[in-house]
Design a binder for this molecule. Structure first.
Ligand code: GYE
Length: 324
């Protein structure tokens, strides 16, 4: 620990002296007053993520904030490395979307000791010490899970007899996977007809969704409903369902989360039945919060994004003007 701290100090001193690797970037971006943000992204696992990355990049350019962007390829160790490097470069603010909820206290403490504010964006951490970050900007994932369950509760088949549900979970240990499972389970517990007969992670990817759905279809001939924690896994699962000779949206009803373009298209085409929206366009709000926190202004500890839901008719209406 002491050695690491000493090293961090040494690198910091060097960078601050003007001869460090970060000096030219600062100069190019317009000098001393430019806010520099280190941003550690989860990866590029889904359409949602692609839209989120674009939003962050566009908003930084618009706000005149210099962005140091790092892609963690869905690995926590890469995010920890990126955050340490941002601390060494003495960025003004660090923003990151934590791939999983736990295991962040040490590195967040390092940022705090270096006096660099941290903004959590999109996903939460489970740290008990909330002084380790300035705010959390993102969706209410439990609420999203509840909306998915609520739609299913309202379908006529839910009161007609047993409904066998399979669930494709997001990345194990991630806030959206944990919370979307929890919200959904809580709501469907109100109806004994509704049973989750299998639940497994597809890692938020299309290929993961396809593979796991293939296995579900082999093991369970009697699946009525698929609940996928994101559109991409749902879209992968549709391929598996069609390959098994079943009709997605009819033989198996499908509920997903996100409402990205490809998901909305499948919903409009009748292959998905219901999508709970999760808004990836967080860039603008993130840059506003960053400016305030760097200026020492008060910011709310939690900023929740507003979201809606779509059935097939609503998807048809929304698609032509959908941004992502
Ligand atoms: O739903 C999924 C992505 O963290 C809200 O991550 C995000 C989730 C999103 O891979 O598609």
């Amino acid at each position: 620990m002491a050695a690491a701290a000493a090293l961090a100090l040494a690198v910091t001193a060097c960078g601050g002296g003007g001869g460090g690797g970060d000096a030219p970037a600062d100069a190019a971006a317009g000098g001393e007053d430019t806010i520099v943000m280190g941003f550690s992204q989860v990866g590029a696992e889904s359409g949602w993520r692609t839209a989120n990355t674009k939003s962050v990049n566009d908003a930084a350019a618009e706000a005149g904030i210099e962005l140091k962007f790092s892609d963690a390829q869905q690995k926590q160790e890469n995010q920890i490395k990126a955050i340490r490097s941002f601390i060494q470069q003495r960025v003004d603010v660090i923003a990151f979307s934590p791939v999983v909820e736990s295991g962040w206290d040490t590195v967040l403490m390092e940022a705090k000791r270096a006096n660099i504010p941290v903004i959590l964006t999109d996903r939460a951490v489970d740290s008990a010490d909330t002084s380790l970050y300035a705010t959390f900007l993102g969706s209410d994932f439990v609420e999203e899970g509840k909306k998915a369950g609520q739609w299913l509760l309202e379908q006529p088949e839910s009161s007609a007899g047993p409904v066998n549900i399979v669930e494709l979970q997001g990345t194990t240990g991630s806030a959206p996977a944990i919370d979307r499972q929890e919200g959904f389970a809580e709501v469907i517990a109100g109806n004994p007809n509704l049973k989750v007969i299998a639940s497994q992670t597809g890692d938020f990817t299309r290929s993961g969704g396809k593979q796991v759905m293939e296995a579900f279809l082999k093991a369970h001939p009697d699946i009525d409903v698929l609940y996928a924690h994101n559109d991409d896994m749902g879209l992968g699962a549709i391929e598996a369902i069609e390959a098994a000779g079943k009709v997605p949206g009819q033989d198996i009803k499908i509920i997903t989360v996100d409402a990205v373009k490809d998901g909305m298209q499948a919903l409009a085409d009748g292959k998905i039945n219901f999508i709970v929206e999760c808004n990836p366009l967080l860039g603008g709000q993130l840059m506003d919060l960053a400016k305030k926190v760097v200026a020492g202004e008060q910011i709310p500890p939690r900023v929740v994004t507003e979201e809606t839901t779509f059935d097939q008719a609503a998807a048809k209406e929304a698609l032509p003007t959908r941004q992502y």
